[in-house]
Design a protein around this ligand. Structure first.
Ligand code: NAP
Length: 279
Protein backbone atom coordinates (compact mmCIF):
# COMPACT_ATOMS: atom_id res chain seq x y z
CA UNK A 1 0.00 0.00 0.00
CA UNK A 2 1.28 3.45 -0.89
CA UNK A 3 2.47 5.73 1.88
CA UNK A 4 0.60 9.04 1.81
CA UNK A 5 3.11 11.78 2.60
CA UNK A 6 1.25 14.05 4.99
CA UNK A 7 2.43 17.60 4.24
CA UNK A 8 -0.08 19.08 6.63
CA UNK A 9 1.31 17.10 9.57
CA UNK A 10 4.97 17.73 8.64
CA UNK A 11 4.33 21.46 8.14
CA UNK A 12 2.76 21.64 11.62
CA UNK A 13 5.85 19.89 13.09
CA UNK A 14 8.10 22.48 11.42
CA UNK A 15 5.95 25.39 12.57
CA UNK A 16 6.00 24.08 16.15
CA UNK A 17 9.81 23.85 16.04
CA UNK A 18 9.99 27.40 14.70
CA UNK A 19 7.55 28.68 17.33
CA UNK A 20 9.88 27.40 20.03
CA UNK A 21 12.91 29.02 18.38
CA UNK A 22 11.08 32.34 18.06
CA UNK A 23 10.01 32.21 21.71
CA UNK A 24 13.65 31.68 22.71
CA UNK A 25 14.76 34.60 20.51
CA UNK A 26 12.09 36.76 22.19
CA UNK A 27 13.41 35.79 25.61
CA UNK A 28 16.81 37.03 24.39
CA UNK A 29 15.13 40.32 23.40
CA UNK A 30 15.08 39.63 19.64
CA UNK A 31 11.94 40.02 17.51
CA UNK A 32 11.70 38.97 13.86
CA UNK A 33 9.87 41.30 11.47
CA UNK A 34 8.65 40.37 8.00
CA UNK A 35 7.41 43.07 5.58
CA UNK A 36 4.72 41.77 3.23
CA UNK A 37 3.92 43.82 0.13
CA UNK A 38 0.89 43.23 -2.09
CA UNK A 39 0.22 45.35 -5.18
CA UNK A 40 -3.40 45.33 -6.37
CA UNK A 41 -6.10 43.02 -5.08
CA UNK A 42 -5.84 39.79 -7.03
CA UNK A 43 -8.14 37.40 -5.16
CA UNK A 44 -5.70 34.45 -4.97
CA UNK A 45 -2.84 36.74 -3.86
CA UNK A 46 -5.03 38.16 -1.07
CA UNK A 47 -5.66 34.60 0.19
CA UNK A 48 -1.92 33.70 0.01
CA UNK A 49 -0.89 36.93 1.78
CA UNK A 50 -3.55 36.34 4.45
CA UNK A 51 -2.25 32.80 5.06
CA UNK A 52 1.34 34.06 5.32
CA UNK A 53 0.35 36.71 7.86
CA UNK A 54 -1.62 34.12 9.87
CA UNK A 55 1.43 31.81 9.92
CA UNK A 56 3.61 34.70 11.14
CA UNK A 57 1.16 35.42 13.92
CA UNK A 58 1.06 31.75 14.95
CA UNK A 59 4.84 31.46 15.12
CA UNK A 60 5.35 34.83 16.79
CA UNK A 61 6.86 36.74 13.87
CA UNK A 62 5.85 40.39 13.62
CA UNK A 63 4.47 41.20 10.17
CA UNK A 64 4.19 44.61 8.54
CA UNK A 65 1.60 44.85 5.82
CA UNK A 66 1.87 47.09 2.75
CA UNK A 67 -1.24 46.97 0.57
CA UNK A 68 -0.55 49.10 -2.50
CA UNK A 69 -3.06 50.03 -5.20
CA UNK A 70 -3.04 48.34 -8.63
CA UNK A 71 -1.86 51.67 -10.14
CA UNK A 72 1.32 51.84 -8.02
CA UNK A 73 4.27 52.63 -10.29
CA UNK A 74 7.37 50.45 -10.43
CA UNK A 75 9.44 53.37 -9.12
CA UNK A 76 7.21 53.77 -6.07
CA UNK A 77 7.44 50.03 -5.32
CA UNK A 78 11.24 50.04 -5.72
CA UNK A 79 11.41 53.08 -3.42
CA UNK A 80 9.47 51.21 -0.72
CA UNK A 81 11.71 48.14 -1.09
CA UNK A 82 14.82 50.30 -0.71
CA UNK A 83 13.36 51.91 2.40
CA UNK A 84 12.72 48.44 3.88
CA UNK A 85 16.20 47.26 2.84
CA UNK A 86 17.64 50.08 4.94
CA UNK A 87 15.49 49.44 8.01
CA UNK A 88 17.49 47.38 10.51
CA UNK A 89 14.37 46.23 12.35
CA UNK A 90 12.99 44.60 9.15
CA UNK A 91 14.55 41.15 8.62
CA UNK A 92 12.57 39.79 5.68
CA UNK A 93 10.83 41.35 2.67
CA UNK A 94 8.22 39.50 0.66
CA UNK A 95 6.59 40.90 -2.48
CA UNK A 96 3.59 38.77 -3.43
CA UNK A 97 3.72 37.66 -7.07
CA UNK A 98 2.33 38.00 -9.68
CA UNK A 99 2.62 41.79 -9.95
CA UNK A 100 0.48 43.99 -12.24
CA UNK A 101 1.69 43.86 -15.86
CA UNK A 102 3.28 47.34 -15.86
CA UNK A 103 5.79 46.24 -13.18
CA UNK A 104 8.88 44.22 -14.12
CA UNK A 105 9.03 41.30 -11.65
CA UNK A 106 12.72 40.77 -12.26
CA UNK A 107 13.53 44.37 -11.36
CA UNK A 108 11.62 43.89 -8.11
CA UNK A 109 13.34 40.58 -7.29
CA UNK A 110 16.75 42.18 -7.94
CA UNK A 111 15.88 45.16 -5.71
CA UNK A 112 15.29 43.15 -2.52
CA UNK A 113 18.44 42.84 -0.42
CA UNK A 114 19.68 39.21 -0.71
CA UNK A 115 19.90 39.20 3.11
CA UNK A 116 16.15 39.92 3.36
CA UNK A 117 15.05 37.81 0.37
CA UNK A 118 13.02 35.23 2.32
CA UNK A 119 11.48 33.90 -0.94
CA UNK A 120 14.96 32.93 -2.15
CA UNK A 121 14.41 34.42 -5.62
CA UNK A 122 17.33 36.90 -5.75
CA UNK A 123 20.09 35.85 -8.21
CA UNK A 124 22.64 35.94 -5.37
CA UNK A 125 20.66 33.33 -3.41
CA UNK A 126 19.97 31.27 -6.54
CA UNK A 127 23.71 31.35 -7.34
CA UNK A 128 24.62 30.40 -3.74
CA UNK A 129 22.37 27.34 -4.03
CA UNK A 130 24.00 26.23 -7.26
CA UNK A 131 27.55 26.46 -5.88
CA UNK A 132 26.66 24.95 -2.50
CA UNK A 133 26.97 28.11 -0.41
CA UNK A 134 24.47 29.12 2.24
CA UNK A 135 21.59 31.43 1.36
CA UNK A 136 17.83 31.52 1.23
CA UNK A 137 16.29 28.66 -0.77
CA UNK A 138 13.02 28.89 -2.69
CA UNK A 139 10.31 27.68 -0.28
CA UNK A 140 8.42 25.06 -2.32
CA UNK A 141 11.45 22.93 -3.31
CA UNK A 142 12.97 23.38 0.17
CA UNK A 143 9.68 22.06 1.57
CA UNK A 144 9.82 19.03 -0.74
CA UNK A 145 13.27 18.09 0.61
CA UNK A 146 11.82 18.28 4.13
CA UNK A 147 8.87 16.09 3.10
CA UNK A 148 11.23 13.44 1.74
CA UNK A 149 13.65 13.55 4.68
CA UNK A 150 10.99 13.57 7.38
CA UNK A 151 9.22 10.66 5.66
CA UNK A 152 12.42 8.62 5.78
CA UNK A 153 12.87 8.61 1.99
CA UNK A 154 16.52 8.34 0.98
CA UNK A 155 17.59 10.72 -1.82
CA UNK A 156 21.30 9.84 -2.15
CA UNK A 157 21.98 7.63 -5.14
CA UNK A 158 18.36 7.75 -6.33
CA UNK A 159 17.38 8.73 -9.84
CA UNK A 160 15.31 11.89 -9.34
CA UNK A 161 13.35 13.16 -12.33
CA UNK A 162 11.98 16.72 -12.12
CA UNK A 163 9.35 17.76 -14.65
CA UNK A 164 9.46 21.55 -14.94
CA UNK A 165 12.31 24.07 -15.05
CA UNK A 166 10.75 27.24 -13.59
CA UNK A 167 12.96 29.53 -11.51
CA UNK A 168 10.84 29.05 -8.40
CA UNK A 169 10.22 25.29 -8.50
CA UNK A 170 11.90 23.11 -11.15
CA UNK A 171 15.43 24.56 -11.24
CA UNK A 172 15.96 24.98 -7.47
CA UNK A 173 14.38 21.54 -6.98
CA UNK A 174 16.97 19.98 -9.28
CA UNK A 175 19.79 21.81 -7.44
CA UNK A 176 18.54 20.69 -4.03
CA UNK A 177 18.20 17.04 -5.09
CA UNK A 178 21.71 17.22 -6.51
CA UNK A 179 22.95 18.69 -3.21
CA UNK A 180 21.37 15.67 -1.48
CA UNK A 181 23.37 13.39 -3.82
CA UNK A 182 20.48 12.38 -6.04
CA UNK A 183 21.13 11.69 -9.74
CA UNK A 184 18.99 14.32 -11.39
CA UNK A 185 17.22 14.55 -14.75
CA UNK A 186 15.26 17.71 -15.58
CA UNK A 187 12.43 17.53 -18.14
CA UNK A 188 10.44 20.33 -19.77
CA UNK A 189 8.02 20.99 -22.60
CA UNK A 190 10.66 20.28 -25.29
CA UNK A 191 11.73 16.96 -23.76
CA UNK A 192 11.38 14.08 -26.22
CA UNK A 193 9.69 10.89 -25.01
CA UNK A 194 8.92 12.18 -21.52
CA UNK A 195 7.47 8.85 -20.31
CA UNK A 196 10.71 7.01 -21.17
CA UNK A 197 12.58 9.30 -18.74
CA UNK A 198 9.95 9.54 -16.01
CA UNK A 199 9.65 5.73 -15.96
CA UNK A 200 13.27 5.60 -14.80
CA UNK A 201 12.54 7.80 -11.77
CA UNK A 202 12.89 6.49 -8.22
CA UNK A 203 11.66 9.92 -7.15
CA UNK A 204 9.45 11.86 -9.58
CA UNK A 205 8.66 15.54 -8.96
CA UNK A 206 5.85 16.90 -11.14
CA UNK A 207 5.84 20.72 -11.43
CA UNK A 208 4.19 21.07 -14.82
CA UNK A 209 1.09 23.18 -14.21
CA UNK A 210 -1.25 20.78 -16.05
CA UNK A 211 -4.04 19.02 -14.14
CA UNK A 212 -3.75 15.20 -13.82
CA UNK A 213 -1.08 15.10 -16.56
CA UNK A 214 0.93 12.29 -14.96
CA UNK A 215 -0.83 8.94 -15.25
CA UNK A 216 0.45 5.43 -14.45
CA UNK A 217 2.06 5.18 -17.90
CA UNK A 218 4.66 7.74 -16.74
CA UNK A 219 5.58 5.92 -13.53
CA UNK A 220 7.90 3.11 -12.51
CA UNK A 221 6.45 0.52 -10.10
CA UNK A 222 7.32 1.59 -6.53
CA UNK A 223 8.34 5.17 -7.35
CA UNK A 224 7.97 8.07 -4.92
CA UNK A 225 5.81 10.77 -6.50
CA UNK A 226 5.80 14.41 -5.41
CA UNK A 227 2.97 16.45 -6.88
CA UNK A 228 3.64 20.20 -6.90
CA UNK A 229 0.71 21.17 -9.12
CA UNK A 230 -2.41 22.73 -7.73
CA UNK A 231 -5.55 23.25 -9.80
CA UNK A 232 -9.18 24.01 -9.02
CA UNK A 233 -11.44 21.70 -11.03
CA UNK A 234 -14.92 22.51 -12.31
CA UNK A 235 -16.47 20.72 -9.33
CA UNK A 236 -14.47 23.16 -7.11
CA UNK A 237 -12.24 20.33 -5.80
CA UNK A 238 -8.45 20.68 -5.95
CA UNK A 239 -6.20 18.37 -7.95
CA UNK A 240 -2.52 18.20 -8.81
CA UNK A 241 -0.37 17.58 -11.89
CA UNK A 242 -0.62 13.86 -11.08
CA UNK A 243 -3.72 11.71 -11.61
CA UNK A 244 -3.72 10.48 -8.01
CA UNK A 245 -6.39 7.78 -8.39
CA UNK A 246 -4.74 6.39 -11.53
CA UNK A 247 -1.23 6.07 -10.02
CA UNK A 248 -1.99 5.21 -6.38
CA UNK A 249 -1.65 1.43 -6.81
CA UNK A 250 1.69 1.77 -8.58
CA UNK A 251 3.62 4.17 -6.29
CA UNK A 252 5.38 3.46 -2.99
CA UNK A 253 4.71 6.96 -1.65
CA UNK A 254 2.88 10.05 -2.90
CA UNK A 255 1.91 13.57 -1.81
CA UNK A 256 -1.83 14.27 -1.98
CA UNK A 257 -3.37 17.51 -3.31
CA UNK A 258 -4.39 19.26 -1.16
CA UNK A 259 -2.37 18.47 1.97
CA UNK A 260 0.97 17.54 0.37
CA UNK A 261 3.44 20.11 -0.97
CA UNK A 262 1.13 23.14 -0.48
CA UNK A 263 1.33 23.51 3.32
CA UNK A 264 5.12 23.09 3.20
CA UNK A 265 5.65 26.27 1.17
CA UNK A 266 4.43 28.53 3.98
CA UNK A 267 6.24 26.47 6.64
CA UNK A 268 9.52 26.96 4.76
CA UNK A 269 8.81 30.67 4.30
CA UNK A 270 8.54 30.85 8.09
CA UNK A 271 11.79 28.87 8.32
CA UNK A 272 13.51 31.45 6.07
CA UNK A 273 12.09 34.30 8.18
CA UNK A 274 13.55 32.78 11.34
CA UNK A 275 16.91 32.35 9.56
CA UNK A 276 16.81 36.00 8.43
CA UNK A 277 17.44 37.34 11.94
CA UNK A 278 20.88 35.76 12.04
CA UNK A 279 22.06 37.43 8.78
P1 NAP B 1 5.58 27.10 -14.71
O1 NAP B 1 6.44 28.29 -14.48
O2 NAP B 1 4.38 27.24 -15.59
O3 NAP B 1 6.50 25.92 -15.25
C1 NAP B 1 5.97 24.73 -15.75
C2 NAP B 1 7.08 23.87 -16.28
O4 NAP B 1 6.51 22.67 -16.80
C3 NAP B 1 7.88 24.53 -17.41
O5 NAP B 1 9.25 24.34 -17.20
C4 NAP B 1 7.40 23.78 -18.65
O6 NAP B 1 8.39 23.62 -19.67
C5 NAP B 1 7.04 22.43 -18.09
N1 NAP B 1 6.02 21.77 -18.93
C6 NAP B 1 4.86 22.28 -19.38
N2 NAP B 1 4.23 21.39 -20.15
C7 NAP B 1 5.00 20.28 -20.20
C8 NAP B 1 4.90 19.03 -20.84
N3 NAP B 1 3.86 18.73 -21.62
N4 NAP B 1 5.89 18.14 -20.67
C9 NAP B 1 6.97 18.43 -19.90
N5 NAP B 1 7.12 19.61 -19.26
C10 NAP B 1 6.15 20.53 -19.41
O7 NAP B 1 5.02 26.54 -13.32
P2 NAP B 1 5.64 26.55 -11.84
O8 NAP B 1 5.55 27.93 -11.26
O9 NAP B 1 6.92 25.83 -11.80
O10 NAP B 1 4.52 25.68 -11.11
C11 NAP B 1 4.20 24.35 -11.51
C12 NAP B 1 2.93 23.91 -10.82
O11 NAP B 1 3.14 23.95 -9.40
C13 NAP B 1 1.72 24.81 -11.05
O12 NAP B 1 0.56 24.01 -11.06
C14 NAP B 1 1.70 25.72 -9.84
O13 NAP B 1 0.40 26.19 -9.53
C15 NAP B 1 2.18 24.78 -8.78
N6 NAP B 1 2.86 25.43 -7.64
C16 NAP B 1 2.48 24.99 -6.41
C17 NAP B 1 3.11 25.51 -5.30
C18 NAP B 1 2.70 25.01 -3.96
O14 NAP B 1 3.00 25.62 -2.95
N7 NAP B 1 2.04 23.84 -3.90
C19 NAP B 1 4.10 26.47 -5.43
C20 NAP B 1 4.50 26.87 -6.70
C21 NAP B 1 3.85 26.32 -7.81
P3 NAP B 1 9.06 24.87 -20.48
O15 NAP B 1 10.04 25.48 -19.54
O16 NAP B 1 9.68 24.24 -21.65
O17 NAP B 1 7.91 25.80 -20.80
Amino acid sequence: MAKIIDGKKISVQIKEELKEKVAKLKRDGKEITLAVIQVGNDEASTVYVGNKKKACEYIGIHSLSYELSEETTQDKLLELIEELNQKEEVHGILVQLPLPKHIDENAVIHAISPKKDVDGFHPQNVGALSIGESGFVSCTPAGIIQLLKRSGIEIAGKHCVVIGRSNIVGKPMAMLLLRENGTVTVCHSKTKDLAKLTKQADILVAAIGKPKFITKEYIKEGAVVIDVGIHRMENKKLCGDVDYDDVIDKVSAITPVPGGVGPMTIAMLMYNCVESISL
